[in-house]
Write a protein that binds this ligand. Structure first.
Ligand code: ZN
Length: 97
C-alpha cells in the first residue's frame, strides 16, 4: 500500500431501521441501512413490499398533470394563433388615426 493515498479505515457499527446492528469495517464513519439480514423478506419468509408505497399513484398523478399541461398548452397555442389572425392590417390601423 502506498502511504497518504488511502482513506482511513474504521471499525464501525451498521444500524438497521429494524433496530438490528452489527460491526463491520468501512471507510465511512457510520452506516444506516433500511434492510438487513435479520429483517429482509428473503431471510424472514415474510411477504411485504419494501418502499413501494404510492409509486403507481405518483406515476398516475404525473400522467394526469402532463395531460392537463398539454391541454392548456394546446389551448394557449390556439388562442395565440387566433390573436395573430385578429391583428389589424396597416390599412385598418391608418383608418383609425
Ligand atoms: Zn433490519
Amino acid at each position: 500500500m502506498k502511504a497518504q493515498i488511502h482513506p482511513p479505515y474504521h471499525q464501525i457499527t451498521v444500524v438497521c431501521s429494524c433496530g438490528n446492528s452489527f460491526q463491520t469495517g468501512s471507510t465511512k464513519q457510520n452506516i444506516s441501512v433500511e434492510v438487513c439480514y435479520k429483517c429482509h423478506p428473503l431471510y424472514t419468509g415474510e411477504h411485504r413490499f419494501i418502499d413501494a408505497t404510492g409509486r403507481v399513484d405518483k406515476f398516475r398523478l404525473a400522467m394526469q398533470q402532463a395531460k392537463t399541461y398539454q391541454a392548456t398548452a394546446a389551448q394557449k397555442k390556439k388562442k395565440g394563433a387566433k390573436e395573430e389572425k385578429k391583428s389589424k392590417s396597416l390599412r385598418e390601423l391608418l383608418g383609425e388615426v
